[in-house]
Design a protein around this ligand. Structure first.
Ligand SMILES: NC(=O)c1ccc[n+]([C@@H]2O[C@H](COP(=O)([O-])OP(=O)(O)OC[C@H]3O[C@@H](n4cnc5c(N)ncnc54)[C@H](OP(=O)(O)O)[C@@H]3O)[C@@H](O)[C@H]2O)c1
Length: 323
């Protein structure tokens, strides 16, 4: 097959604000053995993208710019490298390849190991599917691997209306947990529809005044805002688990948790094609929905970052790359 040597991508030459993001022609990657090349139809936007853009997040892994942001991909397999047997040209796939290394999802093509992708959920389009991988894998791995949530347990999800939170509420409910979420009042009906039995308006109520005897806290806010991780220890029952997703667990927080007989752990999401297959099954089975707050063209990645950085997103922001 003849392929063009370049592709359009959002790149940046320096670290900085959204204005450093620019559309450019860049070299198109070739798939190595065991890899696939995916024509990206849509790319999800995540907080790690803007954190990395300005020098935080995974900037230490990506190194000095220029680099291409983005880890969430939904698209169609364009080429397969030697040895790939699980997917074929033309298959619709989605994934969060390479994380925390560069995936370069804000581009027309991505190459990555085939097993870091899964079949896209058939019941949703590429835009919706692109909102799934990083946020849903985070929720899934935090609940199942980090916290080992069991049926009947009480789970508190902070930022329940956000990208990760809206999946965490649904997956915790799917695992048989009793779910409480925090969100501002305008989002309470939606968070209840997702499966939360109680929702706390964190803008008017201290969550520790409204909930107690929790087995697991999935903290998607972190100690950077109003000491949310540290305060979360107050609502855990003895033996309970805090998963501090954004900022990890400081030595002081770990010591405090230990002295109270609690478990506190940081967390970093990993690529997992098998989990994405299970998540696609939940979506296609009508047991999980993908909330998409807004869709912007690839060329408006900077505007997507400006919106996302306000921290008010309901579900996901997605960039449309093709179609
Ligand atoms: N460690 C990892 O592997 C990993 C993976 C994924 C994400 N993360 C991190 O986890 C965090 C959440 O990610 P995300 O994609 O879910 O972000 P997001 O979609 O941008 O979250 C937006 C949501 O946060 C809510 N929110 C903001 N402040 C809040 C507070 N104090 N209490 C309760 N809700 C609050 C907002 O709801 P309201 O409008 O109702 O305020 C909004 O719905 C980010 O810091 C991200 O970088 C880490």
């Amino acid at each position: 097959m003849t392929t063009t040597p370049t592709m359009r991508a959002i790149t940046q030459d320096t670290l900085g604000g959204p204005e450093v993001l620019r559309l450019a022609d860049v070299p198109r990657p070739d798939p190595l053995p065991t890899e696939v090349e995916v024509r990206v139809h849509a790319a999800g936007v995540n907080p790690v993208d803007w954190k990395t853009r300005e020098g935080g997040g995974m900037a230490g892994v990506l190194g000095e710019p220029p680099f291409i942001l983005g880890w969430d991909v939904s698209g169609v397999v364009e080429r397969v490298g030697f040895g790939v047997t699980g997917v074929a040209v033309g298959d619709e796939v989605y994934g969060m390849p390479w994380f925390p290394r560069q995936a370069g999802a804000y581009a027309e093509f991505v190459t990555a190991p085939s097993r870091q992708f899964a079949r896209k959920p058939a019941s949703v389009d590429h835009v919706r599917a692109a909102g799934v991988p990083l946020a849903a894998l985070t929720a899934w791995q935090a609940l199942t691997d980090a916290a080992r949530v069991q049926p009947g347990q009480r789970v508190l999800v902070h930022a329940a209306a956000g990208g990760v939170g809206h999946f965490a509420v649904q997956f915790a409910r799917h695992l048989g947990a009793h779910v409480t979420g925090t969100a501002r009042a305008a989002k309470h009906d939606w968070v209840r529809e997702l499966g939360a039995e109680e929702v706390i308006d964190y803008t008017t109520t201290r969550f520790e005044d409204a909930v107690k005897d929790v087995d697991v806290v999935i903290d998607l806010v972190g100690d950077g805002h109003d000491r949310t991780s540290t305060r979360s220890l107050d609502v855990l029952r003895p033996g309970g688990t805090l998963v501090a997703v954004p900022s990890g667990v400081s030595g002081d927080l770990l010591d405090l948790a230990r002295t109270r007989g609690l478990r506190a752990t940081g967390f970093l999401v990993e690529p997992d094609g098998a989990a994405l297959t299970a998540i696609a099954g939940l979506i296609d089975g009508g047991r999980a929905v993908v909330g998409v707050d807004d869709v912007l063209p690839l060329a408006e990645a900077a505007e997507a970052h400006r919106r996302g950085e306000q921290g008010r997103t309901r579900g996901k922001l997605v960039l449309r790359v093709a179609g």
